[in-house]
Ligand binder design. Structure first.
Ligand SMILES: Cc1cc2nc3c(=O)[nH]c(=O)nc-3n(C[C@H](O)[C@H](O)[C@H](O)COP(=O)(O)OP(=O)(O)OC[C@H]3O[C@@H](n4cnc5c(N)ncnc54)[C@H](O)[C@@H]3O)c2cc1C
Length: 347
């Protein structure tokens, strides 16, 4: 093979692409990961919160050097006053330092991956991947280009959340490391306050952009009623989160689609890192075994059912906005504590 021919070309060096790359790196097959960005892990693309049970189950990294906070108590609230709060005697979630986390995936999890940055993919025709700096051939192409990529399905307003987060200078909360507020001001999503460091917290909002209002304005308006989340803003992050039904087909011939491109996002929490990691890994494994169809089988039998459970619950939760969430919270209060802890801690 020449320097521009690979067994697999991966488009996107986010969680999904890097997770696929880690599998290929270990296999000895030739591969390359292309990304338009200048640096792995920049810009920050995620709050980085994940449930520890799932992280362990699918083999995501837990190295202390990439974890900025651990979660062992959490509170789910409505802005109308209902709430469920839980404390655990163990860590149930972690918050990654996102830049360190992506760099870890690219450099340490399986060794240094073969990435080519500052390389925008312009088009893909057959096995030819046209980039700004020339054409590359891939026997298989793993698409991991994130939400709203021109290589994926165009999402409608009711299929994608806008998300905005500020890192704020503020002391850690004394009560919980994670608070989510559901509100009609954030249809389909929620406001959040996550622990980050001893003097910073991550405060944000995500919602279906049906009102046309800017997320920054929506978050700042929320601050007025909840002064506990106020603090000097140090940095901001904004992006989109696909939030609809997971795709049915993830493989088409030599093409394998992963991560946000196939809506591998847990609709209840808008968490997509685990789905991105799992789909990237499954796509990589299928390529290594020489049968792309194995990825579709894994998707149909394990990944999609997991996502569908969250998708259906999300629809129930938000059917009548905050009213239905409040009702479900009231019902959940009658669950035995052990069940409640398992359900909420495993999200
Ligand atoms: C504000 C916010 C907070 C979030 N918080 C959480 C959280 O706490 N927990 C959680 O689990 N999930 C969270 N998510 C969701 C999660 O971040 C995403 O689901 C996940 O990062 C998707 O990974 P991915 O690899 O599919 O896509 P991405 O991480 O978007 O990676 C796609 C990559 O493809 C590259 N690319 C795109 N087009 C091209 C092209 N033409 N040529 C070359 N490169 C290209 C991009 O530069 C990018 O690096 C959050 C999302 C947002 C927006």
């Amino acid at each position: 093979m020449t320097g521009s021919e690979f067994d697999a070309v991966i488009i996107g060096a986010g969680t999904a692409g890097l997770s696929a790359g880690a599998i290929l790196e270990k296999s000895g097959l030739s591969y390359i990961i292309l990304d338009k960005k200048k640096e792995i892990g920049v810009p920050v693309r995620s709050t980085g919160a994940v449930s520890i049970d799932w992280v362990r189950r699918i083999g995501m990294p837990t190295d202390q050097s990439i974890v900025s906070a651990e979660i062992n108590s959490m509170s789910f609230r409505t802005d109308t006053g209902n709430k469920i709060s839980l404390s655990y005697d163990r860590t149930v979630g972690i918050v990654y330092d996102f830049t360190k986390y992506e760099k870890f995936l690219a450099q340490k999890m399986a060794g240094k991956l073969n990435t080519r940055l500052e390389t925008r993919v312009l088009s893909v025709k057959g096995n030819q991947i046209e980039t700004e700096s020339g054409t590359i051939t891939g026997k298989k192409v793993i698409f991991a280009a994130g939400p709203q990529s021109s290589f994926g399905k165009k999402l409608q307003k009711n299929e994608v959340l806008v998300a905005y987060e500020e890192i704020r200078k503020a002391e850690p909360r004394k009560d919980y490391q994670m608070v989510l507020w559901f509100s009609d001001k954030a249809p389909g999503g929620y406001f959040w306050d996550f622990a980050e460091s001893m003097d910073t917290r991550k405060v944000g909002v995500c919602y279906y952009p049906v009102t046309g209002r800017q997320p920054k304005d929506v978050l700042h308006e929320f601050d007025e009623s909840f002064p506990e989340i106020r603090g000097e803003c140090i940095s901001t992050m904004a992006h989109q989160i696909p939030l609809g039904s997971p795709a049915e087909k993830v493989v088409a011939g030599d093409y394998l689609y992963t991560g946000d491109m196939v809506n591998a996002v847990l609709n209840t929490t808008a968490g997509g890192l685990q789905g991105a990691f799992w789909t990237g890994k499954a796509a990589g494994e299928a390529v290594v075994k020489g049968d792309a169809g194995l990825y579709q089988i894994k998707w149909d039998s394990e990944i999609r059912p997991w996502l569908m459970k969250h998708h259906n619950l999300h629809r129930r939760m938000h059917r009548k906005g905050v009213k239905s969430i409040s009702r479900l919270m009231t019902l959940a209060k009658f669950m035995p504590m052990s069940v409640k802890k398992k359900v909420f801690g495993g999200l």
